[in-house]
Design a binder for this molecule. Structure first.
Ligand code: AHR
Length: 529
């Protein structure tokens, strides 16, 4: 009986019918003002499962091809992605990480138990030098998360000095002894992670004092200015944001917000198929209903941004303090047979449309949202890249999410183009609806980059686009990420099932409008002049 009620309550239904050009989009490039910071395309690398070890780092002596100990294929894929910023070493791990364990000769570094993530023994062979040198080689900004939960003020102060001081202080000399002459001039620095949870289970009223204390001693060195980031709210916790802004707004440059698209289905079997779903559902096997449930959850991020912006505007109307979405993405059950503490999950077209529509949302709010770091870069949650646990020498696999990030690169540092989209919505349950199309556009050097995602799992939609001031749309390039089956994914042995392809299903009409026909669960990026 319960199952019957569930299926009735959660049946997916279109709110209105479809016609030939059922979606209308009007874009106003002449109103473009805010630049989309490239840091919206940030990554997150934690000592969790096989993200660092086996993912990024194999060590110089490994028989897996490597560049200075970094897995060569992963390194090259990240380089090609033009990663702007990478956050490290956590996550929850950051608040039990003692940086001095990760410097000096690798063979002499102490071992610790990674109590957050599967009780794995951490040999600290990847530490400050290994991370900061990687960022330098990739040409990306490092973002360090400092330990407030179990570390001391002195420890944090000395870490900043070690990384950034060019004096002859003991910390700077220690860095030189360990092989690095010049400071790295780290800019982004987080004071704790999820201090409301794994970072110390604090109330915000307590954390604000700790923030000020730890932050005071994290000094600026030379001309380098730290961009100071407070540990922020869990999703829509506006009380946390309110107190943090009230007490610390003059001491911080940014505050993090974490949001995961995760559904908790309890231990119920799937109401339609009867398949046991586990708590968070499967990354690969899902019904249309479950597809919409997770897509709908991911879109909640917009409401969360709006709520936090309203609180921040009260204290900071000039928008000096930034929101840093330094953890976001999908979160499912781990793949069967893998360590439950390692959060290894697969990645399908569902994740691709979620990545695209989330980036579309971030683009809209870049007057306040200045950075976002998808969780996580390799082998953990909604990864860009996967490596094979059983056969580590297999070439790495690029996920559909990787391809979206690559396709969206053209938006980086373009000006956000406002627009109005009219489309039908799919009813997901008694509270939620999913619009069939998500879009965003930006303009750079006179070229408009337009991304369109069809979130409808089953139907093609045609978008009629009109762009103010454009007499005839001249398409410079067009790419699509699609697959017949929404469950399509890339894996070892079939690494190219989901690949960007040239896209041709558009028409530029004489009256200046452009019609674009998008297959179900697909993402398109066009460049128009
Ligand atoms: O990304 C996985 C974990 O999710 C992070 O360590 C933590 O900050 C969050 O709860």
């Amino acid at each position: 009986m319960k199952k019957l009620l569930l299926s009735a309550a959660f049946s997916v239904a279109a709110v209105c019918s479809i016609n030939a050009q059922d979606v209308q989009l009007t874009l106003h490039p002449n109103q473009a003002e805010t630049v989309i910071p490239k840091e919206i395309y940030g990554q997150f690398a934690e000592h969790l499962g096989r993200c660092i070890y086996g993912g990024i780092w194999v060590g110089k002596d490994s028989n897996i091809p490597n560049v200075e100990g970094y897995r060569k294929d992963v390194f090259e894929a990240l380089k090609a992605l033009e990663v702007p910023v990478m956050r490290w070493p956590g996550g929850c791990f950051a608040d039990e990480y003692h940086w001095m364990d990760g410097i000096g000769p690798q063979s002499q570094r102490p071992r610790m138990v990674n109590t957050n993530w599967g009780g794995t023994v951490e040999d600290n062979s990847f530490g400050t030098h290994e991370f900061l040198n990687l960022c330098e080689m990739l040409g990306c900004e490092p973002y360090i998360s400092g330990n407030v939960g179990s570390g001391t003020v002195e420890e944090m102060a000395k870490w900043v000095e070690y990384m950034n001081s060019d004096t002859n202080s003991t910390m700077a000399e220690l860095r030189r002894k360990n092989g690095r002459e010049k400071p790295w001039n780290v800019k982004y620095f987080g004071v704790g992670n999820e201090s409301w949870g794994c970072g110390g289970n604090m109330k915000i009223e307590y954390y604000v004092n700790l923030y000020k204390r730890y932050n005071t001693y994290a000094r600026n060195y030379g001309s380098n200015r730290l961009f100071r980031i407070a540990s922020g709210a869990n999703a829509g916790d506006t009380h946390w944001m309110d107190v943090a802004m009230r007490e610390c707004r003059n001491n911080m440059d940014g505050i993090s917000v974490h949001f995961y698209a995760v559904r908790d289905w309890g231990t119920e079997d799937d109401p339609v198929t009867g398949i046991p779903m586990g708590k968070k559902g499967s990354a690969l096997n899902y019904t249309d209903q479950q597809y919409y449930e997770v897509v709908s959850k991911s879109l909640e991020i917009e409401d969360i941004i709006r709520k936090h912006c309203a609180v921040m505007d009260k204290y900071d109307p000039k928008k000096r303090v930034a929101i840093m979405f330094d953890e976001w993405g999908t979160w499912y059950n781990v793949e069967p047979g893998t360590n439950p503490g390692w959060l290894y999950q697969q990645n399908t077209m569902r994740d691709a449309v979620i990545a695209a529509s989330s980036l579309d949302i971030f683009h809209k709010y870049t007057d306040r949202v200045k950075m976002a770091n998808i969780a996580q870069v390799v082998n953990v949650l909604q990864s860009m890249i996967l490596t094979n646990e059983k056969n580590p020498s297999d070439p790495c696999v690029l996920t559909p999410t990787y391809h979206i990030f690559r396709m969206y690169n053209a938006h980086k540092e373009g000006k956000f183009v406002p627009g109005e989209l009219t489309c039908e919505k799919i009813r997901v349950n008694d509270r939620e609806q999913v619009p069939v199309v998500s879009q965003s556009a930006s303009v750079k050097d006179g070229v408009i980059t337009l991304s369109l995602s069809n979130l409808d799992v089953a139907k093609t939609h045609t978008v009629a686009v009109s762009i103010d001031g454009l007499k005839k749309a001249n398409i410079l390039s067009a790419e699509i990420l699609t697959a017949k089956d929404v469950h399509a994914y890339n894996d070892f042995g079939h690494a190219n099932d989901v690949q960007p392809q040239a896209f041709k299903d558009y028409k530029a009409k004489k009256d200046g409008t452009l019609t674009v026909t998008i297959p179900a669960h697909s993402v398109i990026t066009l460049q128009v002049k």
